[in-house]
Design a protein around this ligand. Structure first.
Ligand SMILES: CCCO[C@@H]1O[C@H](CO)[C@@H](O[C@@H]2O[C@H](CO)[C@H](O)[C@H](OCc3cn(Cc4ccccc4)nn3)[C@H]2O)[C@H](O)[C@H]1NC(C)=O
Length: 135
């Protein structure tokens, strides 16, 4: 499995929206989007698990601060199908990130790092990014 795309110096300020469009592989087990300052300071680790680490069709989110994981947060909605294209939108403010998913699902995750600018994004696992929109 190839490691995914890495974006740096994105300069996305609070209130701006990041749109990530990509393809979920057929037979997908899990994929990751990490957003933050850099790979050791991740304000959102977004990890839909089709079947991984004992989780089935569950979105697991976390943060990483100076290389240390925070507490996991699990979401009930799982509007993903393996082998399909999907678009995910992320916005942030000083308190929260808002993640908009297909089928009008949306949830919030705390901005534990108090990050004001998102510079880093990477993808990993069974997901191929096709486009990234900064608006
Ligand atoms: C109950 C005691 C064990 O707890 C388990 O501990 C696992 C290991 O720490 C937890 O799994 C980790 O959860 C982290 C978030 O809290 C991350 O998701 C860890 O994965 C990091 C990662 C791997 N990759 C590469 C990758 C990603 C997707 C597919 C293929 C490769 N990219 N980021 C993932 O390994 C897993 O979420 C956790 N489960 C629970 C219920 O707490």
């Amino acid at each position: 499995m190839s490691r995914g795309i890495v974006c740096t110096n994105m300069g996305v300020k609070a209130g701006k929206r990041i749109g990530v469009k990509g393809e979920i592989a057929a037979g997908a087990k899990s994929f990751v989007l990490n957003l933050g300052k850099d790979q050791a300071n991740v304000v959102l680790h977004f990890n839909p698990r089709f079947d991984a680490h004992g989780d089935v069709r569950t979105i697991v989110c976390n943060s990483m601060d100076k290389g240390e994981w925070g507490a996991e947060q699990r979401e009930s909605a799982f509007p993903f199908q393996e082998g399909t294209n999907v678009e995910i939108f992320i916005t942030h403010d000083p308190s929260n990130l808002t993640i908009a998913l297909p089928n009008n699902h949306q949830f919030k995750f705390p901005n534990r790092l108090g990050l004001q600018v998102i510079d880093f994004l990477n993808a990993d696992g069974d997901f191929t990014i096709k486009s990234i929109q900064l608006e």
